[in-house]
Ligand binder design. Sequence first.
Ligand code: 4AD
Ligand code: MG
Length: 473
Amino acid sequence: MTQRTEIKALIAQNCAQQEVLLKGWVRTKRGSKNVAFIALNDGTTLQNAQIVADVELFGEELLKQINTGACISVTGEWVESQGGKQAHELLAKEIEVYGEADPEKYPLQPKRHSLEFLREIAHLRPRTNTFSAIMRVRHLLSFAVHEYFHKNGFVYMHTPIITGSDAEGAGETFRVTTLKPGEKDYSNDFFGKETNLTVSGQLEAELGALALGKVYTFGPTFRAENSNTTRHLSEFWMIEPEVAFNDLTDNMNLAEDFLKYVIDYTLKHGKEDLEFLTQRQLNEEKQKPQNERNELNLIERLEFVLSDDFQRITYTEAIDILRNSKPNKKKKFKYLIEEWGADLQSEHERFLVEKHFKKPVIITDYPAKIKAFYMKLNDDEKTVRGMDILFPGIGEIVGGSQREENYEKLVAATEKVGIDKDEVWWYLDTRKFGTCPHSGFGLGFERLVLFVTGMTNIRDVIAFPRFPGHAEF
Ligand code: 4AD
Ligand code: MG
């Protein structure tokens, strides 16, 4: 029995071989009376292997079963190709059809489909070049995340998915319950209390940091915010490092170093896919008017992020810049910054990054009242040691802060926003027993994948997106 070879490895070897076994899905079949050419893809690479099948040897009956989408296994000889498109091709000796795909019904035809259409067939879209490339880049990024933290001595902590708290205090949680509709007494519920899917692993990660020093989480988080945008999902993956003894500056340094590392890793290891996605994006750009096109292509943009320090400014400085700017000659911002203390809208964030500084921006020291309760209060008692990192084309990609380590101040902050002290007693406890300065941040993983792949809708960078009204697949 010959062992199956993966197409990526086979093409990388770049030499003829006596006997090769390939398995994969048919992208196209074309041919003449005497010979059929089958483009086979096995998901390991964007490149297809060309299979050459003699019509007389295999017979019309078998070849008729081989259409776009079918899954087959082919044994044959890997020889130098006669055609100019590929270096080698497989002269088929044996073919087994694992699964046919009816050409009348198979939704993925060898032509360009819209991203909207592909979202409706998310069970099949990884079979397209675009989505297989995205899925492989996503994998590389996750691997790089673990590698970065592991190399730097962090402990990967699995924080609970079912919790009783709303860490961000935004009230956008999905309830977890076994109560029947109409039943309201949570003491009869499965956990004996009200529970929900987690919106963040931060509070538990803080407990970890105050024992292990450096921890990170990387898990799914859930938010029932009704934000039907290209940047929001109801289920998304978040990476949350938390470090004891780090102040806000250490936190920014960590976030910047980490982001550069994972992007650099993906540039090094995902070249083929990134080149494809760059070309794809260039084709998309051609549809846009000249003045809306990106100056840099995808790979250039990734390299650009690596080459320069992120701009660091305070909220107050950002507001000053925005008050004295217009997004372009004619237009005003849709939301004007009327007063100090207002939250920045995404148009403001994108202006600062894309027009004003033309690089990633870290905004710090936000007004306390627009940020979460756990952020450390500055001496001015008005601002907190929070930070958001804004990326071109994305807006906010990271949110983080130095944490309030003072027990009294933290209790006061919980009371101010109406969080029940008895609900988070365990969190407050850490400020009573061996508290210390510490900091952390959360990176929305899909926003990172969005940036690195150059896609424009977050629903296209996760295999099975969840958003209002959609939980198919
Ligand atoms: O800014 P957020 O809400 O911060 C936190 O959750 C903190 N607990 C993080 C921490 O300090 N450990 O969310 C962090 C990041 C955002 O910057 C954004 O990238 C992403 O999570 N994010 C979302 N991504 C996709 N869909 C959504 N609905 C998102 N909400 C936040
Ligand atoms: Mg945020």
